[in-house]
Design a protein around this ligand. Structure first.
Ligand code: RBF
Ligand code: MG
Length: 304
């Protein structure tokens, strides 16, 4: 997938999917799939999106880092990604956006967007504006229908709310993949290695939405291998570690080995319990082992 960070012509005829695509959820996937289908007509499947410029107080809002988003686009068959600073185009009217960007830079023949798409100066353009303005430029624009899963609208807002409630299973169904925290393993406080449940610690990208603090059954991947894990997302009230929220995982079947600095992915599969303050470390250790058994049962269907 080619990534363009400047508004320069791409040189191809494109079918472009429009949106911010936070989370690349099932609703987004419908839009992206329509663009990818146009490959059969000889068009290059493209995405036009914005780089996020976080404002203060804007932390922990996004369902995907840019890196994950880009990877998901690529997996879905997108071949060209324009990721543009919003400030560079915010003053363009809907007409200018269509003629100067979709037509002149992306050479779009088809355009696809979600049912609630807005564009141009102050979001003044809506989907019917897109259709008519595109038509005037020889571009066929299509508005994709909303996607519902289990009676819920697949939307970033809905998914954020489900994560906050700890309903990871439904959040994952709306996403179309498992909510994932990834990063390099950092040093923990070493209490875990004294506790017979050594853990792997990841810091959580500051822009990423936080699930409800608590313990989750998870699948952990590194070095091309995957292990069942049990992951605490939170601030560890028992050990008084009230710093930034941490993602800490014990893998009951992992027999040790240095994990520090490894690139790790933690996929959250099922909610086990809320994070709480234990009376002492022995109680906490007992709980972690119990959590581990539950995770093995949930993910591998076994008891140990
Ligand atoms: N810390 C807490 O203060 N409360 C918890 O409920 C809690 N649950 C955890 C569950 C699991 C599966 C893991 C791996 C850790 C948990 N922790 C919890 C973090 C714990 O305080 C941390 O592992 C210690 O610092 C030992 O490293
Ligand atoms: Mg949306």
């Amino acid at each position: 997938m080619r990534i363009m960070r400047e508004l320069i012509p791409c040189g191809d005829e494109t079918a472009v999917a429009l949106g911010f695509f936070d989370g690349v959820h099932r609703g987004h996937r419908a839009v992206l799939a329509d663009a990818v289908d146009c490959k059969r007509q000889g068009l290059v499947p493209a995405v036009f999106t914005f780089s996020h410029t976080p404002k203060p107080g804007d932390r922990n809002m996004q369902l995907s880092t840019f890196e994950r988003k880009a990877r998901l686009f690529e997996e879905l068959g997108i071949e060209l990604l324009y990721v543009i600073d919003f400030n560079d185009i915010r003053s363009k009217t809907p007409e200018q956006f269509v003629s100067q960007i979709l037509k002149e830079k992306l050479n779009a023949k088809r355009a696809f967007c979600g049912f609630n798409y807005r564009f141009g100066l102050n979001g003044s353009g809506d989907t019917s504006d897109l259709i008519s303005l595109c038509k005037a430029q020889g571009i066929l624009a299509t508005v994709c229908a909303p996607v519902t899963v289990g009676g819920l609208l697949a939307s970033s807002t809905e998914i954020r709310a489900l994560l906050k409630k700890g309903d990871i299973r439904l959040a994952n169904r709306l996403l179309g993949y498992e909510y994932t925290i990834s990063g390099r393993a950092v040093r923990g406080n070493h209490i875990g290695s004294e506790m017979s449940t050594p853990t792997i610690n990841l810091t959580i990208a500051h822009e990423l939405a936080l699930p409800k603090f608590g313990v989750y059954a998870s699948v952990v991947s590194f070095d091309g291998k995957s292990y069942t894990g049990v992951t605490n997302i939170g601030v560890k009230p028992t050990v008084g570690d009230y710093n930034a929220p941490n993602c800490e995982t014990w893998m009951p079947r992992f027999e040790g080995g240095e994990l520090y600095d490894k690139q790790v992915e933690v996929r959250l599969i099922g909610f086990i319990r809320p994070e709480k303050r234990f009376e002492n470390l022995a109680e906490l250790e007992k709980a972690i082992k119990q959590d581990g058994n539950l995770a093995l049962r949930m993910i591998e269907g076994v008891n140990i």
